[in-house]
Design a protein around this ligand. Structure first.
Ligand code: NAD
Ligand code: AKB
Length: 310
């Protein structure tokens, strides 16, 4: 049986990706792996292994011995956490990628998914409808690692024929798993406070617009890109992907439509500078043209799903 490994499977994206991949390809075909000893209850329905993405030998042996042919590499430090530990963020975000790219170069692995982020853009990037190809001068360690990762993915693809596919995810909003230390995490935390009927203390200013997406759309995009015929995947670095763009004030208003007593206050912290360096909205027309991407969730639809399911 062809095996797929999701490395970093216990996080916000991995949990939902593992569930969806198992529904599609069977529980035994999808191996969840993470640094954590125990995997979340929700993904206990299939194989799990404790694996350190930084342990090159362990990762290589596991993949080769278990006939793993596809790898989703999700282990990383996100923007806010990375700023607190830049050296380690650079190490984790880069070294794991080289281990997997080299396994594909040596033909052990057939296909890789590696996520990039809107963090590859910086303050000199056009902020509205940011194009696929534009100025990219990121000012965060996270953004620098994602930009470097994109360059290496393209390099391995062009020089060695490695099939590596990537999306520049916007901030992701989900109810099945918690976010792991990003600047866009406020857009998940806000729903927990709304449900608890507690005033939300937002760490971004009310008018900070950022590109965001409901997790269902992100998982569908990931699998659609991975299933696209290779000739359609023309961009070998990473694809822009857009869902919904909104400010904390827009999101609060949308929640108030469903919960009129919901309250918010704004106390920006160090994450404001990170958010200010990122785009307001993204032009993802190349994803639409090349592999047919279409988002389904708008702001009100996402808010209803979150409030119903949390
Ligand atoms: P997360 O922090 O929620 O999850 C990361 C997982 O990786 C965690 O379960 C953690 O235990 C695991 N991990 C950390 N170090 C590891 C190691 N050495 N070995 C094995 N596992 C390890 O992150 P996420 O939100 O699920 O993001 C996954 C990927 O998607 C990251 O590359 C991130 O940069 C990217 N991304 C996420 C978002 C988002 O909004 N969630 C947006 C853009 C890009
Ligand atoms: C973060 O805020 O760090 C992530 C991202 C947009 O990459 N959610």
């Amino acid at each position: 049986m062809k095996k797929t490994l999701v490395l970093g499977a216990c996080g916000q994206i991995g949990t939902e990706l593992v569930l969806t991949l198992r529904q599609k390809y069977g529980e035994e075909a999808i191996i969840a792996a993470d640094l954590k000893e125990e995997c979340p209850l929700i993904i206990k329905n299939g194989p799990y292994i404790q694996l350190d993405a930084l342990d090159k030998q362990q990762v290589r042996s596991y993949i080769i011995e278990n006939n793993v042919k596809e790898v989703y590499l999700l282990a990383a430090l996100l923007s806010a956490t990375a700023e607190k530990n830049p050296d380690f963020a650079w190490k984790l975000n880069m070294e794991g990628l080289f281990t997997i790219l080299d396994l594909a170069k040596e033909k052990y692995v057939d296909k890789i998914f590696w996520p990039s982020s809107i963090a590859v853009f910086g303050p000199t990037t056009p902020m509205d409808k940011t194009p696929q190809h534009t100025i990219m001068e990121p000012t965060t360690v996270y953004g620098i690692s994602k930009q470097a990762g994109e360059r290496w993915c393209e390099y391995y693809s062009l020089k060695f024929g490695v099939d590596v596919r990537s999306i520049r995810y916007p901030g992701l909003i989900s109810y099945k798993s918690l976010p792991g230390g990003g600047t866009t995490d406020y857009a998940v935390d806000i729903f927990y406070k709304a449900k608890e009927q507690v005033k939300f203390n937002c760490f971004l200013k009310e008018d900070t617009a950022l590109p965001m997406m409901f997790m269902d759309d992100a998982i569908r995009a990931t699998i659609e890109l991975m299933e696209a015929p290779i000739e359609n995947v023309k961009i070998k670095s990473s694809y822009n992907l857009a869902g919904i763009s909104f400010t904390p004030a827009d999101l609060a208003k949308a929640i108030q439509k469903e919960m009129p007593n919901f309250q918010i206050e704004y106390n920006p912290d160090f994450r404001q500078a990170i958010a200010d360096s990122w785009p307001n909205s993204i032009d993802d027309s190349m994803s639409t043209q090349h592999w047919g991407w279409q988002p389904k969730f708008d702001l009100d639809g996402m808010v209803r799903e979150m409030l119903t399911n949390l």
